[in-house]
Design a protein around this ligand. Structure first.
Ligand SMILES: C[S@@+](CC[C@H](N)C(=O)[O-])C[C@H]1O[C@@H](n2cnc3c(N)ncnc32)[C@H](O)[C@@H]1O
Length: 400
């Protein structure tokens, strides 16, 4: 059954491209729509800069953009991570080259803060460090490069590099850490709804001058496999997301890692929380200038789109791809275990750092919605300091 029509608004060139694909091939999956809206070359949201006269150009991420992230809020996440990375370096036996791979580096703010902290407190490590950014957006790559040349100058010529996709990274080539913050939530998702006749995929069509959603009765074998593998169950009338792109991403990460640790920070849930009956409409959201909406068809190509992460699926795909699960916790527990209170101990309660920390630890906000997943490959189990205070029992990622 078609949903209510949606007024078409957004980047006209992008809309033209989407409409022409629908005209040629028929209704497209929601994941395809999201892929084009965010990553079409050259019109997708992340591939372009803002055009509004009153916004500084290229700001998508940050206070003057559409949404902020933990690194844009404060250097706390980067600074606390450094001590954890030094412990992993020791565990790996201080390799001659330690690769820190950041996937989806946004404005380069996390990278700048992380490198500054390494330079200040760990000069031996800094000289062995190779910072590899994997960033899909060419203009964000330029932004990151400009930011990092301010921070590390000539060091960057031999210690920094960029790739546009994980496909450009050799298998088994990374010894070190693969890190991402708010990357996985920005990967396209398929959306499904359970009707009284079974599970249907939400697709996007164009009728009478409007985008309309329609339900496809034939789930592709890949969707069926995802549903079975990750034990997705929905109640009648419930809508949710399936994360095929995130699954493929995790398999890729496992393949390129030779020895080391994967640290994935994002908002999301375990499987049972993700698909619980209370979450009737799923987790898909759009952001434009810090306002939240659930309408993907307004501001097409001009607003961010996101869905929460299914951490159970990431953990299980990691395990079947040759990695081991080290643990899973909330952002608040992670930061506290890494001694974040020490960082702000002597600061005024009204200081920017203290206020940012309060935000990051907020019990009903970032502190608990954001999670940290830690996986390892080619390493024996070892105590991960950031996981000392676990918010969950050990088997929570796989429980029903
Ligand atoms: C929501 S932003 C987060 C940016 C940054 N990590 C932060 O916390 O501020 C998502 C970032 O991931 C990038 N991205 C999205 N898909 C990607 C992919 N498949 N490979 C590499 N980068 C990707 C986007 O261009 C953007 O830089």
């Amino acid at each position: 059954m078609p949903s209510h029509p949606h007024q078409i608004q957004g980047n006209p060139d992008l809309i033209e491209k989407i409409l022409s694909e629908i005209a040629r091939k028929g209704p497209m999956s929601f994941a395809r729509f999201m892929e084009l809206a965010l990553y079409d070359v050259p019109h997708g949201y992340y591939m372009t800069q803002t055009v509004e006269a009153d916004l500084p150009s290229s700001d998508r991420i940050g206070w003057s953009g559409d949404f902020y992230t933990a690194p844009e809020l404060s250097p706390i996440l980067a600074k606390t991570l450094v001590c954890q990375i030094l412990a992993i370096d020791a565990q790996l036996g201080h390799p001659a080259q330690f690769t820190f791979m950041e996937i989806g580096a946004g404005n380069g703010t996390f990278a700048g803060d992380f490198l500054q902290e390494c330079q200040t407190i760990a000069s031996d490590f800094f000289h062995r460090l190779f910072y590899q950014i994997v960033e899909r957006s060419p203009h964000l790559q330029s932004r990151q490069s400009a930011r990092l040349s301010e921070v590390v100058g000539d060091w960057g010529k031999s210690h920094l590099s960029w790739k546009s996709s994980l496909e450009e990274v050799d298998s088994d080539s990374v010894t070190g850490v693969v890190f991402s913050n708010e990357l996985v939530d920005a990967l396209p998702v398929h959306r499904v709804r359970r009707t009284n006749q079974g599970l249907r995929e939400i697709c996007v069509d164009y009728r009478g001058g409007h985008f309309v959603e329609c339900l496809d009765h034939n789930l592709s074998p890949k969707l069926v496999e995802y549903i079975e593998t990750h034990k997705v169950t929905l109640n009648e009338g419930q809508t949710s997301e399936l994360h095929l792109a995130a699954e493929a991403w995790m398999k890729h990460v496992a393949r390129l890692l030779h020895r080391g640790v994967v640290v994935t920070v994002d908002y999301g849930h375990t499987r049972s929380d993700y698909y619980c009956s209370d979450r009737k409409d799923g987790t898909f959201l759009c952001y434009y200038r810090h306002a939240i909406s659930t309408d993907p068809y307004s501001r097409v190509g001009e607003q961010d789109m996101t869905a929460h992460v299914n951490f159970s699926a990431l953990a299980s795909v990691g395990t079947t791809s040759g990695m081991d699960l080290s643990g899973f916790t909330t952002m608040a527990n992670w930061l506290i275990a890494l001694g974040v209170e020490e960082l702000v101990r002597d600061q005024d309660q009204e200081s920017e750092d203290v206020r940012a920390l309060a935000h990051l630890l907020r019990p009903h906000g970032m502190g608990t919605t954001f999670k940290v997943l830690v996986q390892r490959k080619g390493m024996e189990p070892f105590p991960v300091r950031g996981l000392r205070h676990r918010a969950f029992f050990d088997d929570v990622l796989s429980s029903h």
